[in-house]
Design a protein around this ligand. Structure first.
Ligand code: FES
Length: 66
């Protein structure tokens, strides 16, 4: 699904940014440019970071608990 039309960034790329450590829309913007122009995609990016980042945090938390 194309999320950022200005920079042609899809949801897979945004998930990869989260996997690489981005934990906010701002960090995704710095990592791949999504959301850096008109800003119309930012609510969707924030939601993806929230959903995917939350899942990543849960996985990491489970990892630290053994
Ligand atoms: S659609 Fe993402 S910055 Fe415009």
């Amino acid at each position: 699904m194309l999320v950022c039309h200005c920079h042609a960034v899809n949801d897979n790329t945004i998930r990869r940014c989260v996997d690489a450590g981005a934990r906010s829309g701002h960090e995704v913007r710095e990592a791949c440019g999504a959301g850096a122009s008109c800003g119309g995609c930012r609510p969707t990016i924030d939601r993806l970071v929230e959903l995917h980042g939350g899942a990543q945090n849960a996985i990491e938390a489970r990892g630290t608990q053994g």
